[in-house]
Write a protein that binds this ligand. Structure first.
Ligand SMILES: NC(=O)c1ccc[n+]([C@@H]2O[C@H](COP(=O)([O-])OP(=O)(O)OC[C@H]3O[C@@H](n4cnc5c(N)ncnc54)[C@H](OP(=O)(O)O)[C@@H]3O)[C@@H](O)[C@H]2O)c1
Length: 275
């Protein structure tokens, strides 16, 4: 039998005893990410049959609710904050590339957490506290995994990474996705006049071809991020995003057809001309 006294190290928020003979922190981190990836696949299968109960799919039986604006703010706030501290406290050297990652992430999440919630319209719209807590926990884990990997665990991102085709292509995708996502979200938010809570058929931008361009933009954005950072935690986030939003776009699309008999027939759910 191999003697295994082990040593203690910090992985995530836990003290973990790692065998001297076996796993190192990097390997353990990869195991956690693979588990996280597996969870996204399970989540996708569940979400294919159960729409997350917020927005138009809110249902009774999910307990106490909270105002939509507060729900979004609380759910999303951990992402910009944890990522920022992962950058500041990161053990890898700070380069123009890591600053570029920080700017990209914060561009999305400062908007999502601190600006978007206050653009939402809909008198008395609420979401279940359970959903808020699940989203809050998801964002803590996700931003920690990605930030900790990029700024501490990876081999580092020297400035020449900015000239790498993966960064250039991924960055371009990220920007395209960001613009599509914001444009679509603002078309949706402006459909209602202040005080209104009803739903209308959206037009303009990619709504000409699909029901959920905001979701398409979000997926493109995080695929771009995954390519630009070329890392497993980021790729896993892109998969999580698709696992959340592909099934939800299907439910949204059916919902439009059920509620608007005149809904444009040529419009697809998520991918123009295809699906
Ligand atoms: N990365 C991820 O995994 C992830 C997961 C979820 C969401 N997100 C992002 O978060 C953002 C919001 O997501 P969401 O699921 O709330 O999007 P959504 O269902 O499209 O709703 C966005 C906003 O527009 C309103 N709205 C939507 N369709 C409308 C219509 N036909 N008429 C009037 N108002 C309408 C909604 O009101 P109601 O609330 O009253 O329906 C809500 O305030 C999106 O950009 C999405 O990509 C990301």
């Amino acid at each position: 039998m191999i003697p295994c006294n082990g040593f203690k190290t910090q992985v995530l928020f836990f003290d973990v005893r790692i065998s001297e003979t076996g796993m190192n922190q990097h390997l353990l981190f990869n195991f956690l990410i693979i588990g996280w990836f597996g969870l996204s696949v399970i989540s996708f299968l569940i979400l294919l049959v159960i729409p997350v109960p917020y927005g138009r799919h809110i249902r009774h039986g999910w307990g106490v609710t909270v105002k939509n604006q507060i729900g979004w703010l609380v759910m999303e706030a951990p992402s910009p904050i944890i990522f920022f501290f992962s950058f500041i406290l990161g053990q890898n050297s700070k380069t123009v590339t890591t600053i570029a990652f920080l700017v990209m992430w914060e561009m999305h999440y400062v908007h999502r957490a601190f600006i978007y919630p206050f653009r939402l319209r809909g008198k008395e719209k609420r979401m279940p506290v359970t959903i808020m807590i699940l989203g809050f926990m998801f964002n803590i884990i996700n931003s920690f995994f990605i930030g900790h990997y990029l700024f501490s665990i990876s081999d580092g991102y020297p400035n020449r990474w900015l000239m790498d085709p993966r960064f250039i292509f991924g960055f371009g995708l990220f920007l395209v996705g960001f613009v599509i996502n914001c444009q679509a979200d603002y078309i949706l938010c402006n459909l209602r006049r202040p005080g209104e809570s009803n739903y209308k058929i959206p037009f303009g931008g990619l709504f000409r071809w699909i029901s959920c361009p905001n979701y398409l933009g979000e997926i493109i954005e995080w695929v771009g991020w995954g390519v630009a950072t070329w890392s497993l935690p980021s790729l896993t986030f892109a998969v999580w995003t698709a696992a959340n939003l592909v099934p939800r776009s299907r439910f949204h699309h059916f919902w439009y057809h059920q509620h608007f008999p005149g809904y444009p027939l040529e419009r697809k759910a998520l991918i123009p001309g295809l699906w």
